[in-house]
Design a protein around this ligand. Structure first.
Ligand code: PEP
Ligand code: MN
Length: 288
């Protein structure tokens, strides 16, 4: 073996030992800027995404989209496929729900983020939505991550309920290694011994991940808190810590929600949060 060959081999071994490469800051020192339509993740502008946990009806989605347009939220969320902990809970409207979301995009000019739970739903979500969400429960569904790498759409990759930051970044690496670097990481709370909150928002993940990776990081205070009263304080903390965006559950009538009602803001609460978020963004040199 020549010296050159030996060096290359040693480098390859060292590279292979690193758990992630493409998503690492070593590989790409500047912040990645991810453009989806007119919306830019990873710039000085903090991106707010909001809407119901689940698509429940055409009326519910249109009402939500109209309000998002009114308060300047550029991305509408809403699950058409719901990975519910209980098999007896509402499982989502599937393709019918995706079509409703697409209609809301046409009417109100919002982008759509919605979850894919398997290969079949991924094909549908990639066809109808702007951003494919991979939920916490699927963060280590490696076959799905490989397919997401080839889906041609930006991805919102949620952190698993019990995933370390390295495991989360390796999940992102799966998507990147299969051809898609348009990845937005989402901290949504992890399971700890604390039971008062649904999960514990790992606020430290924001600066840690931003140091380790060039990818944008957003926070989901709704699934972390589990209670709407705690969503705004966590959202403010997320922006103060350097998050590039928020994803917030909002429902026209949270008491009637088929999924995650207790943690959903009503429209008035979302409007208040938008004002507060703007003040915090300004304080850290950003805009909303
Ligand atoms: C959701 O966004 O409604 C959801 C199911 O989130 P997570 O995967 O973070 O639990
Ligand atoms: Mn939810």
């Amino acid at each position: 073996m020549s010296w050159v060959g030996a060096t290359e081999t040693a480098e390859a071994v060292v590279a292979a030992r690193k758990p992630y490469k493409l998503v690492s800051r070593d590989f790409h020192p500047e912040d990645s800027v991810i453009r989806v339509g007119d919306v830019v993740f990873g710039s000085s502008k903090v991106v707010v995404m909001s809407g119901p946990c689940a698509v429940e009806s055409r009326e519910q989605v249109m009402e939500s989209a109209a309000f998002m347009q009114h308060v300047g939220v550029p991305v509408l969320r809403g699950g058409a496929y719901k990975p519910r902990t209980s098999p007896y809970s509402f499982q989502g409207m599937a393709v019918e729900g995706l079509k409703i979301l697409a209609e809301a995009r046409e009417r109100y000019g919002v982008l759509i983020v919605t979850e894919a739970v398997d290969h079949e739903s991924l094909a549908n979500v990639a066809e109808w939505a702007d951003i494919v969400q991979i939920g916490a429960r699927n963060m280590q569904n490696f076959e799905l991550l490989k397919a997401v790498g080839q889906c041609g759409k930006a991805v919102l990759l949620k952190r698993g309920l019990a995933a370390t930051i390295d495991e989360w970044l390796m999940a992102a690496e799966y998507i990147a290694a299969h051809g898609n670097l348009n990845i937005i990481l989402c901290e949504r709370g992890i399971r700890t011994y604390e039971t008062k909150t649904r999960n514990t928002l790992d606020i430290s993940a924001v600066p840690v991940v931003k140091q380790l990776s060039h990818l944008p990081v957003v926070i989901d205070p709704s699934h972390a808190a589990g209670q709407w009263q705690w969503v705004a304080p966590l959202a403010r903390a997320g922006i103060a810590a350097g998050a590039d965006g928020l994803i917030i559950e909002t429902h026209p009538n949270p008491a009637e929600a088929l999924s995650d009602g207790p943690q959903s803001l009503n429209f008035r609460h979302l409007e208040e949060l938008m004002h507060e978020a703007q003040l915090i963004a300004q304080a850290v040199g950003r805009t909303l």
